[in-house]
Design a protein around this ligand. Structure first.
Ligand SMILES: *Cc1c(COP(=O)(O)O)cnc(C)c1O
Length: 361
């Protein structure tokens, strides 16, 4: 098989070493005689996998002791409903604040409106989602249940450089689906963080939720018990059957990250990968990325060809070189390169070479 590089936005590339380990363990995990898929989620073998994954993730993200890590199901879209079901009730006449920076924060606001009043505190829609609105323009509610932000807009390619400053009694809920583990974050600035695994963690099916302990117990009576954060936390995410195989693969990814120096070391590489790619896109006007450089995503990089009639030719030539899944999201068109942790810098260099060649540079 020729070398390929997979730029899919998700489900996305996984480290080759992780897939090799999984292939090795497929029929017989550590002499147990069972595949991980066949194990009881309460047996000693899976318990050890589960426990180690939790420990490694806590270490990688530097999760403070007063936060619970939950392994849930239902994905990012699931959390769009699960978050308001668990947290809107923090206030008697709940309003939820949103900052609208692109497709995903927009979807989250729409779903939340089924459960509570929604206040769009700021939006960059009129700027075609090319930036995070300046903090001093946000019109936060006086007493919102929480503020929801999407810290990396996967489709629009907009990333928050830092956690925003908000009043101390306003918890920030952050959808970090597409950039968790790609950069160092100060968890203590957030009330809740969630992320579908299939972008930068592991396979689809696992959803990671990190919740500050004082926010665990505001669920509405309608909240399904399988999605009740406090219930999940009390049962160590084993209240119902968790996505066992996805947790196992995520655990291998966590071990792989630790071996490579953890999140700080990945961040250094991710900065360099993004720098290389944006430099090639900015070199002249053959390509364009329209995001304000201060808010450009390091993980998801949408771009357009000046002459869009060349799109099919561009994609066909890329595929011939083993550069896969570069087509942009259907809602915005153009191209998109997702360069998560598991994308080696060689993949970005191969893409940059192709960008230069195709542009006739
Ligand atoms: C992919 C993605 C989602 C949706 O995840 P699903 O698992 O498909 O529900 C939500 N938010 C962000 C930022 C994403 O990138």
């Amino acid at each position: 098989m020729t070398q390929i590089f997979n730029f899919s936005a998700g489900p996305a590339v996984l480290p080759k070493e992780v897939l090799q380990q999984a292939a090795h363990d497929m029929l017989d995990w550590h002499g147990s005689g069972m595949s991980v898929m066949e194990m009881s989620h309460r047996g000693p073998e899976f318990s050890s996998i589960h426990r180690q994954a939790m420990i490694d993730l806590r270490e990688l993200l530097n999760v403070p002791a007063n936060y619970k890590i939950l392994f849930q199901q239902g994905g990012g879209l699931g959390q769009n409903a699960i978050v308001p079901l668990n947290l809107a009730g923090r206030r008697p006449d709940p309003v939820i604040d949103f900052v609208h920076t692109g497709t995903w924060s927009g979807k989250s606001a729409k779903e939340a409106a089924r459960f509570a009043r929604v206040n769009i505190a700021a939006s960059s829609e009129l700027d075609h989602f090319t930036r995070v609105p300046a903090r001093d323009t946000w019109r936060l509610s006086d007493d919102a249940s929480y503020l929801h932000i999407c810290t990396n807009e996967t489709i629009d390619g907009v990333e928050y450089p830092d956690a925003p400053d908000v009043p101390a009694d306003l918890p920030i809920v952050a959808d970090m689906s597409s950039h968790i583990l790609s950069r160092q974050i100060d968890i203590s600035k957030y009330g809740v963080i969630f992320a579908g695994a299939q972008k930068n963690i592991g396979p689809a099916g696992l959803t990671l939720v990190i919740v500050r302990e004082d926010l665990l117990d505001f669920a509405s009576p309608q909240c399904p018990s399988a999605f009740h954060w406090k219930t999940c936390a009390e049962h160590d995410s084993l209240y119902n059957t968790p996505p066992t195989y996805a947790i196992y693969i995520a655990g291998l990814v966590f071990a792989w990250l630790k071996q490579r120096g953890g999140v700080a070391a990945m961040e250094v590489i991710n900065i360099e990968k993004a720098r290389l790619l944006y430099a090639a896109l900015d070199a002249d006007d053959f390509y364009a990325n329209r995001v304000d450089p201060a808010y450009r995503s390091r993980m998801n990089i949408p771009f357009y060809l000046r002459d869009e009639s060349l799109n099919e030719q561009f994609l066909a030539g890329a595929k011939e070189r083993g550069l896969l899944q570069l087509k942009g999201h259907k809602s915005v068109g153009g191209m998109r390169a997702s360069i998560y942790n598991a994308m080696p810098i060689e993949g970005v260099q191969a893409l940059v070479d192709y960008l230069n060649t195709f542009a006739g540079r």
